[in-house]
Design a protein around this ligand. Structure first.
Ligand code: ATP
Ligand code: SF4
Ligand code: MG
Length: 319
């Protein structure tokens, strides 16, 4: 982790209790990484690998059950509820479903103003002024302030959601599958908007997706998540030129959406079987039940998370 990290995460865990026998879903089960200020940190992995749970923990919507986080030097566990409420504004999230944060009975202008209304630290006139500024910034005309969500397209609603979080002038935004629900034809517009806003405001993104095409486009670095843990992390270019973990290789070879040519692997690796249950993950390496190169000792030893090259981390005994 570098000194310029905005976020540092050490052995983070989020376990959910299920059933009666004290069982837990190990949604996030020991991840350590740093997010550099101003970068786009991509997180990729299959459905159920724990990406959203990790993202929710980073914006303080989900309390970790273990490990430590430092967000811009702040330890959330050391803060009172009141302090948390104020500091949390720096860490925002935009979700996949454009409707999720929009009240159908609230005008767009009021929806955008709402996060500022809740914080209540700006006079009303200034809040209204900021609403108009961010509307313009996300590419919507002023008249949209008077409209209602049902009058907007999915892409326009996602612009409104981005405007909502921008009003708080956050440092970091978790983007959780932000284009997954949109037509392919407008996905690029929204991704470009994110890129423009990052340049303009020096934003840091944690960009969560199961779409390798999207993540490779926008990310500076990429983390590959499997069953609650990171299996590989590295510079986006390095990861695409030289994927090391068998799971990353499989993801890259199976990718159905058009990947940049450099990212497509020649060999095609088919992953057999489903992702195992996060209630009782496989012993040793948790990818072993689907790994094409698994050996006997993969069931005994948990692979160490090690740096195989400058900034390129992998968890596999045989890399
Ligand atoms: N509140 C909860 N209570 C119990 N289990 C949960 C809860 N939230 C998530 N889980 C479980 O934790 C695991 C990880 O879920 P998560 O939503 O983080 O995965 P994901 O990688 O975002 O998946 P997707 O790509 O489908 O969005 C899943 O097995 C999920 O069922
Ligand atoms: S540790 Fe073993 S099972 Fe896990 S990825 Fe490496 S070779 Fe496959
Ligand atoms: Mg998710």
């Amino acid at each position: 982790m570098s000194g310029a990290d905005l976020i540092t995460v050490d052995d983070l865990r989020v376990h959910f209790p299920v059933g009666h026998a004290g069982e837990t879903v190990k949604a996030v089960d020991g991840v350590s990484f740093g997010v550099h200020a101003g970068e786009t940190f991509g997180v990729i992995g299959e459905s159920g690998s724990g990406k959203s749970t990790l993202g929710r923990a980073l914006v303080l919507l989900q309390k970790p059950t273990g490990g430590r986080m430092l967000l811009d030097g702040m330890d959330p566990q050391a803060l009172s509820m009141r302090e948390l409420r104020v500091r949390r504004r720096d860490f925002q999230v935009v979700f996949q479903d454009p409707n999720a944060s929009l009240n159908p009975r609230m005008s767009i202008g009021t929806s955008i103003r709402e996060p500022m209304d809740i914080l209540g630290d700006l006079p009303r006139a200034q809040r209204d002024e900021r609403v108009m500024q961010v509307l313009d910034r996300v590419g919507l005309r002023a008249e949209f302030a008077e409209r209602y969500p049902h009058e907007l397209s999915g892409g326009q609603k996602q612009r409104v959601n981005i405007a909502r979080v921008l009003t708080l002038r956050p440092k970091m935004i978790v983007c959780d599958e932000v284009v997954a629900a949109l037509d392919v034809s407008i996905q690029a517009d929204i991704l470009n908007l994110f890129a423009d806003l990052q340049r303009e405001f020096g934003l840091t993104y944690v960009f969560i997706t199961h779409d390798l095409g999207v993540v490779s486009h926008i990310s500076d670095r990429i983390a590959v998540m499997y069953l609650g843990r990171f299996v590989e992390l590295g510079d986006a270019q390095e990861l695409s030129d030289n994927p090391r973990h068998p799971y990353t290789r499989a993801l890259m070879s199976a990718e159905p959406t058009p990947l940049p040519k450099a990212m497509r692997t020649r060999e095609r690796v088919i992953l057999s079987g489903e992702i195992p249950s996060p209630v009782s993950p496989p012993s040793g390496c948790r990818f072993r039940t689907r790994c094409p190169i698994a050996q006997a000792d993969c069931a005994q030893k948990v692979p160490e998370w090690r740096e195989v090259r400058d900034g390129h981390w992998v968890a596999c005994h045989y890399v």
